[in-house]
Design a protein around this ligand. Structure first.
Ligand code: GDP
Length: 296
């Protein structure tokens, strides 16, 4: 039985496996297959730095060793490139306010819906806030997700001021027993500058209503956009104090290595990965399982 994560990483893993077999197959290490492996690692979007480190590790362990050792050294290098899961980060604050940010189409709204379902399943009281007021479709979509998850949605009409939506929502949850507030934010405004200014404004409003809010700012990165996602991520780090990344659409891509490139470039932990469009297709990130899923 393959896990959902392993299935999501299948395309990335299959490409890697073929190149790794090439390196292992020939007895002595031949240059052509090392170059092939290097190209495959880059195509998997592991990024140039980590690719160099992996090739270095392969060369070192290849000296007088069997194939298993080469594979093991790759496994070690990949694992060391990912941080351990910080289990204590959720903290005791209540409500915990979580902003979900990212460009349109990346899977922001879907992820908010899946997160609401996960929180709910963990027995927490969840409220979702529709602060992407620029698209009526986003509000409708959230409505369907929250209905399915049995979670309350706080919304206003399309075109309302997102800061007012967040303000009103936090005012109302402060008086109630709520554990988690998930805020869906806009992914596009008239200009990028506006978008970034809007995000900082939302954060200011939230921090005035709930101490320490937003406690988490999760950036949605679409894995199928590979290194482009990384460039977007860098822009968002300038506007918001991101605390983690959700890597979506891992199921549709052979570029699963971008998880490691993002962590390497931004120093942000990957919190969750999206492996499909269903409610239970969001998995808390597990670095060991991820490396296992990449190398098999
Ligand atoms: P938003 O514009 O960022 O809010 O993006 P949406 O949440 O509307 O998602 C855009 C599309 O991506 C939708 O068709 C989603 O079903 C799809 N999607 C989101 N996450 C995943 C995922 O993990 N895997 C797959 N295959 N599709 C996803």
């Amino acid at each position: 039985m393959f896990s959902k994560l392993a299935r999501g990483l299948a395309r990335t893993r299959e490409n890697l496996a073929a190149s790794i077999r090439g390196v292992l197959g020939g007895g002595a290490l031949d240059e052509a297959s090392v170059e092939d492996l290097e190209a495959t690692l880059l195509a998997a979007d592991l990024g140039p730095t980590l690719t160099d480190e992996l090739i270095e590790a392969v060369r070192k362990s290849a000296r007088g060793s069997d194939g298993e050792e080469i594979r093991e050294s790759m496994r070690r290098t990949l694992r060391e490139a990912l941080p351990d899961v910080d289990a204590g980060s959720a903290g005791e604050r209540r409500p915990r306010v979580v902003f979900v940010v990212g460009v349109n189409g990346g899977g922001k709204t879907t992820t908010v819906g899946k997160l609401a379902a996960l929180e709910r399943a963990a027995g927490r009281r969840v409220v979702v806030v529709a602060a992407d007021t620029f698209r009526a479709a986003a509000i409708d979509q959230l409505e369907r997700w929250t209905e399915r998850a049995g979670v309350e949605l706080i919304k206003q009409k399309e075109g309302s001021d997102p800061a007012a939506v967040v303000f009103d929502a936090l005012q109302s949850v402060r008086k109630r027993e709520v554990d988690t507030v998930l805020v869906d934010t806009a992914g596009r405004l008239h200009t990028k500058v506006n978008l970034m200014a809007e995000l900082s404004k939302l954060a200011r409003v939230a921090s005035r209503e709930v101490p320490g809010a937003p406690h988490e700012v999760l950036l949605i990165v679409d894995a199928t956009t590979g290194q482009n996602g990384l460039t977007q991520a860098e822009e968002f780090t300038r506007a918001a104090e991101l605390t983690g990344v959700v890597l979506t659409k891992l199921d549709g891509t052979a570029k699963g290595g971008v998880a490691l490139a993002i962590h390497r470039a931004l120093g942000l932990p990957i919190r969750y990965v999206g492996v499909g469009e269903g409610t239970d297709d969001l998995l808390p990130f597990d670095p060991d399982a991820f490396v296992e899923g990449l190398l098999g």
